[in-house]
Design a protein around this ligand. Structure first.
Ligand code: BG6
Length: 490
């Protein structure tokens, strides 16, 4: 048994996927509030009114047409508006987390609840007090909050008027938001993450040139501004309270070469550098890695706005811990004519040794061990797995029970993999499962893609009582935490 005594067991959510109350108590809209629901085969759309007053729909990476404004369209349903109503039901949810024995709860603060447009000098007091109440409620049960400052929810006003993270000015707006969080919640929150899955702004390279070069140009510039914003926030966080532990957060995919063709081995190595190491090398080591030049040259990225002062900030603002989400591995290859599979913000080729979920995501616990050992060896900083889980359909039986043995199996195997990594020397300090209570899926906007130990009675059209129900996995995780991760009899 290798999990340390004070290991942080818990679960994770994000404000925009669970809070609802999208326009209450002074909150401003975020991009998710103009994003429709989708399915595994149908993308989510972002809605707008064009310059002639006609409604329009665009995909995530398409540009907003000239003169158009983001808009909520009357005949569309927006799942994030209601979420799972956690804004009003947080006490009930926290009591359930406590019943499972959570030591930590990872959540995020909605930027536009504190700064409705993002540009205000002073925060919206109702928003500030809401989170203070949530943190106090967690403390009541000795649950340590783990707070993501930015989880995919830049205020819509900043997206529209400033072009979002394409604009250097976002650094200062973000820093004001982060500083407010550190100061307001000093003594209540100790664990912080600056940007969720920051590496998602970097496109996953493809061999066929299907990703236009402007996406690398924009993504890499946006990342630079986020790195600087993160580094400044880390310094402020430490100045406000030296006890603060502040981490980066990476979308962790374990990439494998699909064949032993040396070309594939090299492509795989470059995939790790481009998609996985690029961001954390900067955030953990305080400087751009040597291979950054190769990436910029390959995709003809030029005239980046990177100043000497920025580089100084990066040096001074390295993070205290490495955190990441882990759902799957992906096989990558230089060969054509292979079966392509999707996944969390990634694609790959089908791995014949793995099982795939109903949403086409592979299940690979060994990949988690591989990733943990690789990362710890690289940075030697404390590590947390802050997302891991299986999105699946759940069925409520007539007596109200919900049997989810597939989810229990998934968790058991991933927890065993973490155990092995700790045994091999990794300083793993926490584990928060994704969507510990069912939430709106970020990728598809569905609620039926359920991850939770707790079922929420709401469907993809927003019908339902919002009542919470314990799944079988709820009782399993409760025992697992009580046994501090010992899966022997579980
Ligand atoms: C991560 C995100 O990408 O994966 C979460 O940080 C997201 O916000 C999670 O919900 C699972 O993805 P999905 O698309 O199944 O919700």
């Amino acid at each position: 048994m290798s999990f340390p005594k004070n290991f942080l067991w818990g679960g994770a959510t994000a404000a925009n996927q669970c809070e609802g109350a999208w326009n209450e108590d002074g909150r401003g809209p975020a991009l998710t509030d103009v994003t429709t629901g989708g399915t595994v085969n149908k993308p989510r759309y972002i809605t707008y009114i064009d310059k002639d007053g006609n409604p329009g729909f665009k995909k995530k990476h398409d540009k907003l047409p000239e003169g158009a404004h983001y808009a909520v369209l009357e005949d569309q349903y927006y799942p994030n508006h209601k979420g799972i109503d956690q804004y009003h039901r947080y006490k009930e949810d926290i009591a359930l987390f406590a019943e499972m024995g959570f030591k930590t709860y990872r959540m995020s603060i909605s930027w536009s609840r504190l700064f409705p447009k993002g540009i205000e000098e002073e925060p919206n007091q109702a928003g500030v007090e809401h989170y203070r109440d949530v943190f106090k409620e967690l403390k009541k049960y000795n649950i340590e909050p783990l707070v993501t400052i930015w989880h995919f929810d830049t205020p819509l006003y900043l997206e529209e008027e400033y072009g979002g993270w394409n604009n250097r000015k976002l650094i200062d707006f973000y820093v004001r938001f982060a500083e407010t969080c550190f100061k307001e919640y000093k003594g209540l929150v100790r664990y912080w993450l600056t940007f969720n899955e920051i590496n998602n702004s970097m496109p996953q390279p493809t061999r066929d040139g299907s990703i236009p070069e402007w996406r690398y140009q924009e993504g890499i510039q946006q990342l630079h501004y986020q790195f600087v914003a993160s580094a400044k926030a880390v310094q402020i966080g430490h100045a406000v309270d030296p006890e603060n532990m502040i981490g980066c957060m990476i979308c962790g995919i374990c990439y494998y070469p699909a064949t032993c063709d040396p070309e594939d081995i090299m492509w795989n190595r470059h995939m790790w550098e481009t998609k996985i190491f690029y961001c954390s090398d900067v955030q953990c080591r305080g400087k751009y890695p040597t291979y950054a030049k190769r990436i910029w040259d390959t995709y003809h990225v030029k005239d980046l706005d990177i100043t000497d002062e920025d580089l100084e900030e990066l040096k001074k603002g390295t993070v205290d811990m490495y955190t990441f989400s882990y759902y799957m591995s992906q096989n990558v290859t230089t060969h054509t004519g292979v079966e392509v599979v999707g996944g969390n913000m990634s694609t790959g080729t089908k791995n014949p040794y793995l099982q795939y979920s109903d949403w086409g995501w592979s299940t690979d616990p060994s990949g988690l061990q591989y990733y943990l050992e690789m990362i710890y060896d690289r940075y030697e900083k404390p590590v947390m797995v802050v997302e891991n889980g299986l999105g699946a359909y759940d069925k409520v039986e007539e007596d109200g029970s919900i049997h989810d043995p597939f989810r229990i199996d998934y968790y058991r195997e991933h927890i065993k993999a973490m155990d092995r990594a700790i045994e091999n020397g990794v300083d793993l300090i926490g584990y928060t499962t994704w969507g510990c209570i069912d939430v709106v899926s970020a990728g598809t906007g569905e609620i039926r893609k359920r991850y939770g130990f707790i079922y929420v009675d709401v469907d993809d059209e927003g019908n339902g009582t919002m009542n919470r129900m314990r799944k079988d996995s709820f009782f399993w995780y409760q025992k697992l935490i009580a046994a501090n991760g010992n899966t022997e009899n579980l």
